[in-house]
Design a protein around this ligand. Structure first.
Ligand SMILES: Cc1ncc(COP(=O)(O)O)c(C=O)c1O
Length: 404
């Protein structure tokens, strides 16, 4: 029966993480997986989440099914976190939000919804993007294309452009050619894998393009609070909604609350009015019903408890700020060590990029050498997870990078 089934080559990032776990070298450094580690190299358990968990367990009753769309307190807390309590899109009820199995689950439910209700539309993702974006949209039967994004630099341009920025003009030029109702996947902040984000002014310049071309933005907000802060990182979503655009947004709590394995995220669809949002919510529920029926309870209640209690919320904001600041400190430490090792070379991209990742520009064979000779693990695209650096390994990582 199963002779025709070919072996799964494995997910490039998750396989690398498995190889890291098996590597016997004591000095190994994992800068591959997209997980935030603290300065001791551990995945933190946030105190705000620990307190919320004690409350959730103390109050826990019979474990019935949640509704298909998830828990009401979680869904409304998500809308407030994303858009702000007084945002017109929230108060007018024109956002359909479901709790999802991680934001991956939300992204896929949204992709299935698009495949069903926008059958002629194709999806456009940044070049490069998180590998799983392509996999999930193609998995839903959609055609996935790329728009220019990362600027690898051009020494011959005048003035010469250093690597590590955004090729905004080329991005917009491509978006201007897309047919109406094309889906444009955008990283709301902390672009994965490059760390290169649009500035607020660039977001504002993008809005008329999206409107004029009748494009449907699909935001991925997996790192809210890891860039410039909770509110600043939600700016793009708020600006697009305020401009009256319809949009999708998948958001995650995996990183911002360090609850990876709880698989907790959401999908929100901002519509023109409450009636549309009602219909969209109904069809999202139907999509969920045909997939996994309803989301799990626990992670959503941890998140809703933290967001719903002013003391826990304050504590969480402090803990999130500490994670963000540690990443920034590691960016600076790596930058300074690289400059010290290779004077005259420009590593400024490490300081201007945001979030957990930076693109190093290393080729796959250099990444292989780094792993084989120095036990430093990066993704083969050259993506480096800054959140895997700490005060104990950053100098060694910089030394290995300089020697590669
Ligand atoms: C850009 C991006 N989107 C979505 C996700 C999915 O996160 P989760 O499914 O854990 O919420 C990730 C995780 O690495 C990511 O980097």
């Amino acid at each position: 029966m199963f002779e025709h089934i070919e072996p799964y080559p494995g997910d490039p990032i998750l396989s690398l993480n498995e190889d890291f776990q098996k590597d016997p070298r004591a000095h190994k450094i994992n800068l591959s997986i997209g997980i935030y580690f603290d300065d001791a190299g551990r995945i933190p358990v946030l105190e705000s989440v620990r307190s919320a968990e004690a409350r959730v367990l103390a109050a826990s009753g019979p474990k019935s099914y949640l509704p298909m769309e998830g828990a009401a307190n979680f869904r409304s807390a998500v809308q407030t976190l994303l858009f702000g309590a007084g945002h017109e899109a929230v108060t007018s009820g024109r956002i359909a939000t479901i709790q999802s199995v991680g934001s991956s689950g939300g992204l896929k439910v949204g992709a299935d919804f698009i495949a069903r209700f926008f059958p002629g539309s194709q999806v456009w993702v940044s070049d490069p993007t998180w590998d799983n974006h392509r996999a999930m949209f193609e998995g839903a039967g959609l055609t996935v294309n790329t728009y220019p994004y990362y600027d690898a630099g051009d020494a011959r341009a005048s003035p010469p452009r250093p690597a590590g920025g955004l090729n905004f003009d080329a991005m917009v030029a491509t978006l201007r050619t897309l047919p109406p109702k094309s889906i444009v996947l955008l990283h709301a902040c902390c672009h994965n894998p490059t760390g290169v984000d649009l500035t607020p002014a660039q977001w504002d310049a993008l809005i008329p393009v999206l409107r004029e071309r009748e494009l449907l933005p699909y935001l991925d907000l997996a790192y809210q609070g890891f860039g410039d802060g909770i509110e600043a990182d939600a700016r793009a979503a708020r600006a697009l909604a305020s401009a009256g655009l319809s949009l999708f947004i998948a958001n995650s709590f995996s990183k911002s609350m360090s609850v990876y394995g709880e698989r907790c995220g959401a999908l929100s669809v901002v519509c023109a009015d409450a009636q549309q949002a009602d219909n969209v919510l109904g069809q999202l529920k139907f999509t969920v019903r045909r997939n996994y029926s309803s989301p799990p309870i626990h992670g959503g209640q941890l998140v809703a408890t933290v967001l719903g209690d002013p003391t826990l919320r304050d504590q969480w904001e402090g803990e999130l700020a500490a994670m963000r600041e540690r990443i920034l400190a590691m960016r600076r430490a790596l930058h300074d060590a690289l400059v010290a090792n290779s004077p005259g070379r420009d590593f400024g991209y490490l300081l201007s990029q945001r979030g957990m990742f930076s693109y190093t520009g290393l080729t796959p064979s250099q990444v292989d050498r780094l792993r084989e000779q120095h036990a430093v693990y990066l993704v083969r695209s050259g993506r480096l997870c800054v959140a895997g650096l700490n005060s104990g390994n950053v100098q060694a990582a910089a030394q290995a990078l300089s020697e590669t």
